[in-house]
Design a binder for this molecule. Structure first.
Ligand SMILES: *[C@@H]1O[C@H](CO)[C@@H](O)[C@H](O)[C@H]1NC(C)=O
Ligand SMILES: *[C@@H]1O[C@H](CO)[C@@H](O)[C@H](O)[C@H]1NC(C)=O
Length: 185
């Protein structure tokens, strides 16, 4: 009985610690966060995703701040079928920098936290199923496709600290012609 209580207390402490690690950026400012980003880093340990690791490209995304405080993220993904455009809708929570969204792929409500950003260069974003670390991802967004080595190092050490194996921490090359150059984006 005592061991159970102790074990539960330890699990609670671990969850609290894990949650603490993914606190949002202080004074998160959605207006400054809006605009174009490139996903220049991705840590994703899913075994199903492993065969696609070397095909990943640094997709472009455009964050639109909606008047109600929610967010639309338009992603341009280079795939073997061409450049696919998808809009993701994120709903604000009462914590600035933290959002929830419905994943149609996993049929789950998940959450997304902007852990760290300086708005002009980079953003570290964590995604996970609410109260569950399954499907967790860490993404590094850059305002351009080339971010500084110090930022890449920060992303790698953050992902390692979250328990991601080294081979799941990717820094893909830029996508070619996605969005298509004639689109003017
Ligand atoms: C945000 O995305 C939703 C769903 O795709 C769409 O209906 C809506 O028009 C978008 N709003 C803006 C301002 O882009
Ligand atoms: C954002 O980060 C970059 C790279 O570390 C740095 O050069 C730049 O000065 C930072 N900008 C702000 C506003 O802190």
């Amino acid at each position: 009985m005592r061991t159970t209580v102790l074990a539960v207390a330890m699990v609670m402490a671990c969850l609290a610690a894990a949650h603490e690690d993914v606190r949002p950026q202080r004074d998160f400012n959605l207006q400054r966060f809006a605009g174009r980003w490139y996903r220049v880093g991705l840590a994703y340990a899913s075994e199903k995703f492993a065969p696609f690791r070397d095909k990943l490209k640094a997709s472009m995304g455009v964050v639109t701040a909606l008047p109600d405080g929610n967010v639309n993220l338009t992603m341009y993904d280079a795939t073997p079928l061409g450049c696919l455009v998808k809009v993701y809708h994120y709903q604000k929570t009462n914590v600035p920098g933290q959002f929830t969204y419905f994943s149609t792929r996993h049929n789950l409500v998940k959450d997304m936290t902007v852990v760290e950003t300086n708005y002009t260069d980079y953003a570290l974003v964590v995604k996970h199923k609410v109260f569950n670390r399954e499907y967790t991802q860490v993404a590094l967004y850059g305002r351009s496709t080339a971010v500084r080595t110090s930022v890449l190092d920060r992303f790698r050490s953050f992902a390692l600290s979250q328990g991601f194996p080294r081979d799941s921490i990717l820094t893909p090359p830029p996508a070619e012609n996605c969005p298509p150059s004639e689109s003017g984006l």
